[in-house]
Design a binder for this molecule. Sequence first.
Ligand SMILES: Nc1ncnc2c1ncn2[C@@H]1O[C@H](COP(=O)(O)OP(=O)(O)O)[C@@H](O)[C@H]1O
Ligand SMILES: [Mg+2]
Length: 273
Amino acid sequence: MNTSTQALNTTVPAGRERPAVELRNVTKQFQLASGRTVTAVNDLSLTIPQGQFVCLVGPSGHGKSTLLNMLAGFTPLSQGQILANGEQVTGPGPDRGVVFQRDTLFLWRRVADNVGFGLAARGVPAAERKRIVDRYLRLTGLERYGRAWPKQLSGGMRRRVAIATVFANEPGILLMDEPFVGLDYARRADLYEVLGTLRAQSNCTVLFITHEIDEALVLGDRMLVMVGGEIALDEPIDLPRPRTGREITSPRAQELKAAVIARLDATQIQDEA
Ligand SMILES: Nc1ncnc2c1ncn2[C@@H]1O[C@H](COP(=O)(O)OP(=O)(O)O)[C@@H](O)[C@H]1O
Ligand SMILES: [Mg+2]
């Protein structure tokens, strides 16, 4: 059970919950060495309710990672304000878990010690830590790999370890930047299931960046397309759950996909002009 959500539910009347995430007129500009200024995120406002799974797609270089890194607290804003569960974001925090595309496992720690690292750092006692680590190893299908070293695992298994690690910290908000890039379809499908199982247990809010529209349609509640540092499309992914992959061939799914592709194609034409 996610403790932060639990606490929220007991203190805030139903229907009056604070949004999980609020961005208010957020702008991020980078000053390049050449003196040129790049606006990566442009006056962007966005509200994400508690428990929503938001997928963010868009062409490369249009501000997706910058947005996620600001929300994670890694990148300072140029203008505007970001709130996570009503609190202003001023840096990284345990309320927000991050999974990147690149592998961030500690290669010199066994799988179980990777998964328990954040808990140990927060001073969670050993017995409690073991209970939590065992639970997340089981939920991610890694129960037999606790004593393995990361380099003994395949790419898909390592991604499972990264996911178990972030969920073991029970963040209310999960930020994922193209976490499944480079995996084949079967490995991805396994990970969709793992992610679904873990989310069903925790009810955390997710911001998930992907290049794959189909991936967004399988996972998400809401589709955002980001172009030129702004939200160019914001559509509910109102497909029935559980999603096995077949739902994404339905007429509604095809309609959504066509809307996203039309938006992306328009951008490509602008970029090439
Ligand atoms: N640290 C940085 N310094 C300078 N420019 C950056 C930096 N990070 C990102 N940018 C620029 O900001 C824009 C958006 O980048 P990014 O958020 O990584 O896009 P995406 O994740 O959509 O591919 C790009 O033009 C990129 O070159
Ligand atoms: Mg990126």
